[in-house]
Design a binder for this molecule. Sequence first.
Ligand SMILES: CC(C)(COP(=O)(O)OP(=O)(O)OC[C@H]1O[C@@H](n2cnc3c(N)ncnc32)[C@H](O)[C@@H]1OP(=O)(O)O)[C@@H](O)C(=O)NCCC(=O)NCCS
Length: 173
Amino acid sequence: MSEISIAENTQLQTIRDLSIATFRQTFAGTNTEEDMRDYIAHGLSPEVLGKELADPLQTFFVATVDGVPAGYMKVNLGTAQTERMPDDHAEVQRLYVLADFKRHGLGTRFMRTAEQFASAHGKQTLWLGVWEHNEPAKAFYRRMGFVETGAHTFVLGSDAQTDLIMKHALTAC
Ligand SMILES: CC(C)(COP(=O)(O)OP(=O)(O)OC[C@H]1O[C@@H](n2cnc3c(N)ncnc32)[C@H](O)[C@@H]1OP(=O)(O)O)[C@@H](O)C(=O)NCCC(=O)NCCS
């Protein structure tokens, strides 16, 4: 049985394990090991993730399948968003499903959860940044109703990469 719930502060280790494993699975093939280690050491340290977990404007959701952690999502509201956006926007900053659990509908359920969460907070638009060359994720987001509206820069170690900005209006849901 699969379940998606908001992560508690006590789930820092689960979030960190999921973050590192999914980040490696997704990006190790297209980045240097040095840049990967740098991002994991700085962007996914216990201190950084602990602060994010404790921030009421940043919400982590964890999916479990038969009690086993299978993926996570992080949604940002207000000033926690990584770009300046209108007040009625919410950001899906991270959405990662472990390789063994992909294509079983968890990504869709995460996205529906983000939509409900954002709507419950009075938001009308979900947005996200996706690496311009992450074709599977772009296909998934298009399927979820997102459209490209722009781009921003994401620094991975020594490499400045281009993320596409995609948005999805919630009013039609
Ligand atoms: C993108 C991701 C979250 C999708 O999660 P998922 O649980 O596999 O997605 P779902 O099973 O709900 O897929 C729903 C639909 O999206 C589309 N889709 C999902 N993965 C796809 C892929 N690799 N290629 C093309 N379309 C895809 C399909 O239409 C799919 O429906 P189908 O399986 O009936 O064909 C997951 O693949 C993932 O974690 N990827 C690695 C991390 C990542 O890139 N995250 C985004 C960073 S910005």
